[in-house]
Design a protein around this ligand. Structure first.
Ligand code: SAM
Length: 204
């Protein structure tokens, strides 16, 4: 398995207008991250899970889980993915995961609760340009979950919590990149070690 957790510090936590994703606390960033994490040409990476942590107004925190192996009727365009997030935000969120529809779940979890849960399933890595070069350790990585910030990055408190669960801080470049670019490079580096890339046909 391979997983990504993207923290949207401003991402709105109530259903938003699909015509203005940047205005909904940069939901567009989260959508592009989902697209890069899940989709390949004519297929879905069925061994990938994506977690989105929405911390904007009015009802934070909202965690959304998208499971590559289960998701249906999702396509790589931002508007389609935003539609799935919007639908999830219409549902009541509790401490446990509630299913919205195939492969999409929502819960009321903060960063620490989420990382505590996920650290029993994944090795946690924090993506930051000051970290160790991922290229050098990619071969030794099994079952990773990469924590990624939004356009402003993680707050100091979020960094502290993330580092307390993380095995390592890793970089994909010395340059500060867009969150979705980091995901693409992570896949590239880890895919090099895959003998066979498993994917399922896209389900529209
Ligand atoms: N000014 C923000 C900061 O200092 O974190 C930039 C945030 S960047 C647009 C979005 C996220 O991508 C960052 O929070 C970090 O997780 C990740 N990131 C950006 N460049 C990276 C790099 N070269 N290596 C690893 N992760 C990176």
């Amino acid at each position: 398995m391979r997983s990504f957790l993207v923290i949207g510090n401003y991402a709105h936590t109530e259903p938003f207008k699909l015509n203005d994703l940047p205005g909904a606390g940069r939901i567009d960033i989260l959508c592009r991250c989902v697209a890069q994490a899940l989709f390949i040409s004519h297929g879905i990476r069925n061994y990938v899970e994506v977690y989105l942590l929405l911390l904007g107004p009015p009802n934070p925190p909202k965690a959304i889980k998208i499971v590559g192996n289960e998701v249906k009727r999702m396509s790589p365009d931002e508007r389609n993915i935003a539609g799935h997030i919007r639908k999830a935000l219409k549902k009541d969120a509790n401490k446990g995961w509630s299913k919205v529809h195939s492969g999409v779940y929502i819960a009321n979890k903060n960063l620490e609760e989420l990382l505590r849960e996920l650290s029993s399933k994944y090795e946690i890595y924090y993506l930051h340009e000051n970290g160790e070069d991922l290229h050098n350790i990619a071969k030794s990585i099994k079952n990773p979950l990469f924590v990624i910030g939004d356009h402003y990055g993680l707050t100091q408190d979020q960094e502290k919590v993330t580092k307390s669960f993380a095995r390592k801080v890793v970089r994909v470049s010395h340059i500060s990149l867009l969150a979705e670019q980091c995901i693409t490079i992570v896949h590239y580096l880890l895919d090099r070690n895959f003998i066979e890339i498993k994917s399922k046909p896209r389900n529209f």
